[in-house]
Write a protein that binds this ligand. Structure first.
Ligand code: AHG
Ligand code: MN
Ligand code: MN
Length: 337
């Protein structure tokens, strides 16, 4: 029988071998994983657990909240607030930061999350997920403020997501490659099922919401037109397209078999940099993608190099197989010059 490695064992071994996971961080990751297990149980219950449909409220971005958006947010807060590893949390579903109540010890980390990614897929039984990013609270100063969260993605101590699909899979980086853990429901444990994940540099698969084509900027249009032209076009090969409308599921496919994912700026709301949120969607996904040998830009520069100005900042996203991302980025640079 092949030896099964649990998440706990993996993290302890990382700590021992490389010494770069302090015990607070290890605890924090285990707690996030436990929360994802609980969210997964609710997701699986679906209509039986009365978790489908809308909650009748809106979040700070003006989006209608689904019941599961709120349930997942509460599960993550409840699970994480008492452990002693965190100073504060921030979420897509909360306007301001959530400071750990003073009845609990304050830790040195900050946790950001998109509790339920792909909300439009909840009610139709298509893969959804949870995305998280861990930052260190800057040294000095008493208390914790929103400003402490405004750090570039390069500062992340850990990042990951959990995809609730045919299998429930947790994907994690602590800055030393990407590992995947599948939830064993009978045992209730996360089992390492892929380590040192690598994305092929080339691909024949792209993911973009094609219904927005008429609103795209010329470099995006050029790239997709060339893919669509196939074998007889300038790329000399046929491309396939996938769009799940859950970033988690699209990124999971890319980490598994390569591809390029784009949610670019477009003309629908030109004042917004993009649709996706920098701090709890784009940054953690970019960390995973880069750790797996891929690339991630906003069309012009590395996403993880961007200095955020606000918690719920949006960003244009191009990520995945390195050569394709470099090509899209080059088309944007050409358009500028
Ligand atoms: P969320 O459900 O957290 O608001 O995120 C949804 C995001 C992302 O997961 C997905 O790639 C994209 O929105 C889908 O947008 P469209 O419906 O515009 O295709
Ligand atoms: Mn999302
Ligand atoms: Mn969400």
């Amino acid at each position: 029988m092949t030896k099964r490695i649990s998440l706990t064992q993996y993290l302890i071994e990382q700590q021992r071998l490389h010494g770069h996971i302090p015990s607070q961080l290890r605890l924090l990751i285990e707690v996030v994983a436990r929360a994802c297990k609980r969210i997964s149980i609710s997701v699986n219950k679906g209509a039986l657990g009365d978790v489908l449909g809308t909650a009748g409220s809106e979040n700070v971005q003006g989006e209608v909240q689904k019941k599961l958006d709120i349930i997942a947010n509460e599960v993550l807060i409840e699970a994480n607030e008492w452990g002693g590893a965190l100073a504060a949390m921030a979420s897509e579903e909360m306007e301001g930061i959530y400071v750990v109540p003073n009845r609990y010890p304050q830790g040195e980390y900050l946790l950001l999350f998109d509790p339920l990614d792909g909300s439009s897929n909840i009610d139709v039984n298509v893969s959804i997920g949870t995305i998280f990013s861990v930052l260190k609270k800057p040294d000095g100063g008493h208390g914790v403020s929103e400003g402490d969260f405004l750090q570039p993605g390069d500062q992340q101590a850990a990042a990951g997501y959990c995809v609730y699909g045919p299998q429930t899979t947790l994907v994690l980086t602590v800055g030393d490659g990407v590992a995947m853990f599948t939830l064993d429901r009978e045992q209730g444990s996360w089992v390492l099922t892929a380590d040192d994940v690598q994305i092929p540099a080339d691909t024949k698969e792209f993911a973009i919401n094609m219904s927005n084509m008429r609103h795209w900027a010329p470099p995006v249009k050029q790239y997709i037109d060339e893919c669509l032209a196939g074998k007889t076009g300038p790329r000399g090969k046929d491309f396939n397209m996938r769009w799940i409308a859950s970033m988690v599921a699209d990124v999971h496919r890319i980490l598994t078999r390569g591809g390029v994912f784009m949610y670019p700026w477009d003309q629908r709301e030109p004042e917004k940099a993009g649709k996706l949120r920098l701090m709890y969607e784009a940054n953690p996904m970019s960390f995973l993608i880069e750790q797996a040998g891929g690339a991630s830009t906003n069309g012009h520069e590395r996403i993880m190099g961007l200095q955020p100005a606000k918690l719920h900042e949006r960003v244009s996203v191009v990520l995945g197989s390195k050569n394709e991302v470099d090509r899209v980025t080059q088309y944007h640079l050409n358009a500028k010059s």
